[in-house]
Design a protein around this ligand. Sequence first.
Ligand code: ADE
Ligand code: ZN
Length: 358
Amino acid sequence: MCNTSLHAFLEALPKAEHHMHLEGSLEPELLFELAAKNDITLPSSDPAFASPECLRKRYENFQNLDDFLSYYYIGMSVLIDKADFEALAYAYFAKAASQNVRHAEVFFDPQAHASRGVELSTIVESFSRAQERAAVDFGMTTKLIMCLLRHLPLYEAMEMFSQARDGGYYANGTLAGVGMDSSEAPFPPPLWKDLYDVAKELDIRRTIHAGEEGPPLYVSQALDILDVERIDHGVRALTEGDDALVARLASSKTLLTLCPLSNVRLNCIDSIDSFPLRRLINSGIRFSINSDDPAYFGGYILENYCALQDAFNLSIRDWEAIAKGAVLGSWCTEERKEQLLIEIKDVADKWSRESEKE
Ligand code: ADE
Ligand code: ZN
C-alpha cells in the first residue's frame, strides 16, 4: 500500500499487465507444497531452502539477474503435472483480478520444463484451462506468450518454436507471440536473427527482454536486427540511452513493458527514485508498468504502481494516461481496447470529481 491519498484510486484503476512470468508468480509457500507433493528434493546445502520464510528473505538480496535466475529455475522445478501448472496460473489470475487487472499477457518458459520431461502440450493445455476460468470468474482477457531461453543454443530455441508452430498453437490463437528471456548481456540480438526472421515470416508477434542488464545498444539491435514490436524492460534505454533512441522508441510506438520493483531487486537501478518515470512520460514513449516475477520481487502490479506513486507523486490524470497507454499497446482486439479505455476514463473521472470536492 502506498502512503498517498491516491491509494484507493490506484486500486480501482483498471489495469493491463504485459510482463509477468507465470513461473515467477510461484510463491514460496506453494513452491514447498508442490515440492512435497511431487517428491522434489530442494537443495539442502542452501540455507535459503530451510523454509518458505527463509526463501522469501533470500529473495530480498539478489545480487543481479543471474543470481535471481538460479533461484527461479530451482523454484519452477517443482512444477510437474497439469494440475500444478493450472493452479499456478489460476492463482496469478485471481491475485491480478483482485488488483483490477482487466487484461493480462503472461510469459512462460517451456524449455526450462522440457529439461525435466514436461511436454509443451501439458503446459499449454493447463494454462489455457486457467485462462478460460479467469475469463468466466473475473471477466479478464488474457494472452500467453512463449519465451525462449537465451542461455541455451539457438537450435534448441528453434526446436521449441517449431513444436509450438506445428502443434497449431499460433494458428489457433493459443499463443499470442514469441519472446526471449533469461541472461541478456552475453547473448546479443544477432544470435537470434534466424528465429525472429521465421516468426516474422509467419506473422507472429515478437518481443524480447532487452535493456535490463544489457546496454541501450541491445535495445537498438533488437529493433534493427530482430524487428521486434515490443521491448520487455528497456529501462537502460531510458537511464543511459541517448535522445535519438528515446525519440525512436516514442515515434515507433514500441511498447516498453517496465518493471520497477524488479529493477530495484536486481540492482538495475539504485532505488525506486532512480526509475526513469519522468523521462518516460515526457518523451511520449508508450509503456506499461508490470510485476515481472511478483513472488520474487516483493509485489504484484499494484505494489509496483504504489512504489512509483510514493516516489513520484503523480496525478490522477497522469495515471489515467499510463493505464490507457498500456491498453493501447496490448495485443487484444480493438473492441476490447475500446471497452478498457472507457472503464479507465470512468474510474479516473469519478476519482477526479471526488478529489475536487475535498
Ligand atoms: N525470466 C524471468 N524473469 C526474468 C527477467 N527479469 N529477466 C530475464 N529473464 C527472466
Ligand atoms: Zn521478465
